[in-house]
Design a protein around this ligand. Sequence first.
Ligand code: NAP
Length: 433
Amino acid sequence: MTLNIAIIGAGPAGYYTAEAALKQWGGTARIDIIDRLPTPYGLIRAGVAPDHQSIKAVTKRYEATNLGQGVRFVGNVMVGRDVSVAELLGIYDAVVLSVGAPEDKPIGIPGDDLPGVLGSAAFVGWYNGHPDYARLDVPLSHHGAAIIGNGNVAIDCARILAKTIPELETSDIAQHAVDALRQSAIRDIHIVGRRGPHQASFTTKEAGELGHLERAHPIVRPEDLPPLDADAALEPGHRKMVTHLRSFAGTERGDKPVTINFEFFRRPVAVEGNGRAERLIVETTRLENGAAVGTGELHAIPCGLIIACIGYRTSALPGVAFDDRLGRFPGDEQGRIMPGLYASGWARRGPSGTIGTNRPDGFSVVEAMVADGLVTKGGDAPAALDALLAGRGARATGFGDWQRLDAAEIARARPGAPREKLVSVAEMLGLIG
Ligand code: NAP
C-alpha cells in the first residue's frame, strides 16, 4: 500500500528528504512538499548570496526530485494557518518539518529595537527579494555600517554593501536593492567579532573574496592577529582562511573609497542614537578558555545601519513541542519528534553547515521512518489535503505554476542577470492566473 509523506518546507532540507524518500520507496510513495510561498527552494532562493550563482545550480537537482513519480510541490500553503500539523498527521503517514530557521536570534542589548538595527534574515531577505522583506526600510544614508558576527552571513552582508552596482547587476539581487544601493552613502563597513581571527567561522573562499572587490579594501588590525606560529595548530582549511585575514593587515588602501574593517575582540553592548541607530557601542574583549570576556574598555562605532548576523531560530508551530532555549524542535539525532512526526535540516540541528550538510539529514530521517516500521493508514493523502484546502478557500499552487513564474522571472531579467525575482505573492498569484 502507498505511503503518504508530507514534507513542510521546500528548501534544501525538504528536497533532500524528498530525494531520500524517493530513493527508498521509488514511485510507490506519495510525497507532498508544502511551502508557504508559491516559489520553491527556500534558502537557495532567499538566503544564498545573489552573487554566488554557482551554489544555486543545486536547484536543478531539486527540480529533478520534484519531477519524480509521486512528488508534488504544494505552494502558497502555510502550515499553522491554512492547515495544522495535527491535521496533516491525520492525513499523512509521516510529516517532516523541514522549515529551516527563518527568525533572527535577538542581540539582546539596550537600543537594539531602534530603527536602523536589522537582523540578517531581514537584510538578506531584502536584497534577495523575499516577499516578507521586499519593503524593508534599510537606512543607507550614513557613512558607517556595523555588521555583528564573524560567520559567512556577516561576510555576505558586508560584500553586498561594499560592491559596486556593476558588480551586483549581473547577479539576481532584487531590483529594489540595486536601486537603494546605488544611492548608498556607506563607506566604512565594520565586521564586529566578539572573539579573534582564529575563532572566526568564515570559510576560506568567503574571506578571500573580500580581497578582490573593485572599490572596497579589507583591513585587519595587526595587533588582533595571533603570533604566526599559532596557526600551525589550526585545521588546514581554517589556517588558509586565517592566512587571508593576515593578508588584510597593514596593506595599502590605495584609492579604494570603501573600507571593510574587521573589529575583532569587540562585543556589542549597546546601540545609541536619537530616535534611530547612530552608533554601536562595543566593549574590548579578551579570550578566557576560548570565551570572550569584557575588559570594560568601550568604543563607539558610528553607523546608521546595524545588521546582526549572529544566528537564527526556527519558528515554533502550534501543537508541536519546541525547545525555546535552542530555538528549534526537540528530537533525537535522526529527527524523531513524536510518532509520525520528524524534523530535518536546520529545524532539527540548528543553523550550521553548508547546503550539502542537509543531504545526510534527509537520508537519516528516512532511515528513521524505515526503522520505525512506518505503515500506511491507506487513502490518498494528496487528494485529502486538496479537499481540505479547497474547503477553506486556500489557494495552493503547484510545480507547473512555479515553472511559469520561473520562466517569467528569467524573461524579465536585467541584461547579464540570471533572473529578476517577483517579490510579492500577490504579483506571483496574478501571474499564475
Ligand atoms: P555562524 O557561522 O554560526 O556565525 C555566527 C557568528 O555570530 C559567530 O561569529 C558568533 O560568535 C557570533 N555571535 C553569536 N551570538 C553573538 C552575540 N550575542 N554577540 C556577538 N556575536 C555573536 O552563523 P552564520 O554566519 O549565520 O551562518 C550560518 C551557517 O550558514 C553557517 O554554517 C555558515 O557557514 C553557513 N553559510 C555559508 C555560506 C557560504 O558557504 N557561502 C554563506 C552564508 C552562510 P561566536 O563564535 O563567538 O559564538
